[in-house]
Design a protein around this ligand. Structure first.
Ligand code: ADE
Length: 330
């Protein structure tokens, strides 16, 4: 089995949905974002209208989709989910927008992947609720303006820098950066997930799982489920020893780093003498693409302070070196 961070992401969609917080109170952390978004929603409710469009950005697995679900729950309106890659042609966008039930929350995940052409079609839809459609081709082509049902766009992205200025400026309800989670908050999330899964998990195991979850709720929930599987297959009650054995089998160390993270650090150390190493050269040496490096591996390694990004490339820090030497955080 692969030990890459991606392999830790859950595949079980139904369980995933069951673990998703159903109320603002169940949603742990990101307090400032919660407070801000709730004001936007309450104000819209009081006015009897739809809230302005909202953008969430941050690393994968920190709860952007979950927030979109909470927005729709809070407003008691339907949620329509799609993603930037799925909207390829103007007709895809037109089909989605014209079929929305009035008052829908339209959630577009990885919204930075929309093409410029689609973005431009989206602007009037966001501003005045209309969509310009070109009918026919050549000299006989004409534009018709369609009136759309009222909706609120909730966008999410891991790459906010790739969102154009004009699109960004259309999120009048706010642009919010989601942070990584503290271990304390992850512990609360794991405790709640254990309850939902009907699992009895000792406190020290909760602490252990939180520490190995890369500051990311999605990974925490996935790891909880994998550790549960391990204890069930071996018919042993969940304990700190069982959890340790399971994590060793998964190749996840006490900091939540995997073999792939170590390979990244070792390659930077050995093949590039600790850097600076250009991201393309590093990606090529690791047989990965640049996106995977930037989105999957690096956010957490940067957060740990094991890697630094400079204009000349990636640099292995003193802490990163110490980790390689001892396998621990110094
Ligand atoms: N699952 C994903 N994100 C969460 C959060 N912030 N609180 C509780 N459960 C979550």
């Amino acid at each position: 089995m692969s030990s890459s961070p991606e392999a830790l992401l859950p595949k079980d969609q139904t369980l995933d949905a069951a673990l998703r917080p159903a109320s603002w109170d169940d949603y742990i952390g990101q307090e400032q974002i919660k407070a801000n978004v709730r004001i936007v929603l309450e104000a819209a409710k009081k006015r009897g209208g739809m809230p302005e469009h909202i953008l969430f950005y941050g690393p994968p697995g920190v709860g952007k989709t979950t927030l979109a679900h909470l927005v729709s729950r809070a407003l008691e309106t339907p949620l329509k989910s799609t993603s930037g890659v799925a909207i390829e042609r103007a007709s895809d966008l037109a089909a989605i927008l014209t079929n929305l039930e009035p008052g829908t929350i339209l959630f577009i995940d990885e919204i930075h992947q929309l093409s410029r052409k689609i973005e431009e079609l989206l602007y009037p839809a966001l501003e005045s609720g209309t969509l310009d459609i070109i009918l026919g081709k050549g000299p006989s082509a004409r534009t018709v303006e369609l009136s759309l049902p009222p909706f609120t766009l909730v966008g999410a992205t891991t790459r906010v820098a790739q969102i154009s200025g004009p699109l960004r400026s259309r999120f009048g309800g706010g642009v919010y950066q989601l942070d990584f989670y503290t271990n304390g908050d992850l512990e609360k999330i794991i405790r709640r997930s254990a309850e939902v899964l009907n699992l009895s998990v000792p406190k020290d195991v909760i602490v252990q799982i939180a520490a190995r979850s890369r500051a990311t709720p999605r990974i925490a929930n996935a790891l909880l489920k994998r550790v549960r599987d391990f204890s069930e297959v071996h018919e042993r009650a969940l304990s700190s020893v069982v959890c340790d054995e399971a994590c060793t089998l998964f190749g996840i160390d006490a900091l939540g780093l995997t073999k792939d993270d170590r390979r990244y650090l070792e390659t930077l150390d050995r093949s590039f003498r600790g850097g600076p190493a250009g991201v393309r050269a590093l990606a090529a040496a690791l047989h990965e693409d640049v996106e995977t490096l930037e989105q999957v591996y690096e956010p957490f390694l940067l957060r740990l302070g094991f890697v630094e990004r400079s204009l000349r490339g990636r640099i292995l820090s003193g802490r990163g070196r110490a980790y390689l030497a001892t396998g621990a955080l110094i």
